[in-house]
Ligand binder design. Structure first.
Ligand code: KIV
Ligand code: NA
Length: 268
């Protein structure tokens, strides 16, 4: 039996060896990520990546739980963190706790993630005091797309730093075990990482962060459009398209199925 990383294990990595985080929404990709990553994030980016939604806003708790269960089945070593979707936690600390309870009970995952800094601090305290480890997420918060208007990097003007620094400090003081810093000026992410006692997980942030996260399909070259901060470590779209084109051609020419793909009669 392999022991899984826990939220306290990740919390203890502050200032140490970088924490490797990758998203996964499926059993098979989770089993691959599990070999190399301390944390697998079942991100609400699944709405865009798996379902072609325009944003993460329409994603439901049931969708997160279904994919969270798949990732738990596929992994055995990584801490699995499941995103709380828009509308499942903002109304009150009690709503947040009850939604997190569903996620923990129905998936078996070890922690949840929610977006927001100062405004979510009281909720984060309420949840962590009652047994729910919380990863926070500040900087660019994609669930707020309809009030933000567009996705753009935060804190590129030093005058805008203070609220983001206060957000990161507030979630740390409230008991979050780590915090995602998304799409912000590199010097700001570096400063925040040095200023707070919990690990920062960067995405479009800084190499100084305590860990990094990417969306798996983006880094594999499977997503059609990706933000500037994504490095493509593969070209899966090209590979998949070639395989499909080869298959279609072989069906049309009757080269597939070949004799080795068919069943002969039993020998009498
Ligand atoms: O939903 C997601 O994949 C995320 C990461 C990009 C941090 O929240
Ligand atoms: Na997310």
């Amino acid at each position: 039996d392999i022991k899984r990383f826990t939220a306290p294990d990740i919390r203890a990595r502050k200032g140490g060896e970088p924490i490797v985080v990758l998203t996964s929404y499926h059993a098979h990709t989770a089993s691959l990520a599990d070999k190399y990553c301390e944390v697998i994030l079942v991100g609400d980016s699944l709405g865009m990546v798996m379902h072609g939604m325009e944003s993460t806003v329409p994603v439901t708790l049931d969708m997160m739980i279904l994919q969270g269960r798949a990732v738990m089945r596929g992994s055995q070593r990584a801490l699995v963190v499941v995103d709380m979707p828009f509308g499942s936690y903002e109304a009150s600390k009690e709503q947040a706790f009850m939604s997190a309870v569903r996620i923990l009970k129905e998936t078996g995952c070890g922690a949840v993630k929610l977006e927001g800094g100062k405004r979510m601090a009281e909720t984060i305290r309420f949840m962590t005091e009652r047994g729910v480890p919380v990863m926070a997420h500040v900087g660019l918060t994609p669930q707020a797309i309809n009030t933000l208007g567009s996705f753009k990097a935060q804190g590129r003007d030093e005058a805008d730093w203070a609220p983001i620094e206060q957000d990161a400090l507030a979630v740390a003081q409230a008991g979050a075990f780590s915090v995602v810093l998304e799409a912000m000026a590199e010097p700001l992410a570096r400063k925040v990482t040095g200023a707070i006692p919990i690990p920062t997980i960067g995405i479009g942030a800084s190499p100084a962060c305590d860990g990094q996260v990417l969306v798996m399909e983006d880094m594999l070259g499977l997503s059609p459009r990706v933000p500037k901060f994504v490095k493509r470590y593969g070209d899966l779209a090209g590979g998949i398209e070639k395989a499909i084109a080869d298959y279609a051609a072989e069906v049309r020419s009757r080269a597939f199925p070949a004799p080795e793909h068919t069943y002969a009669m039993k020998k009498k």
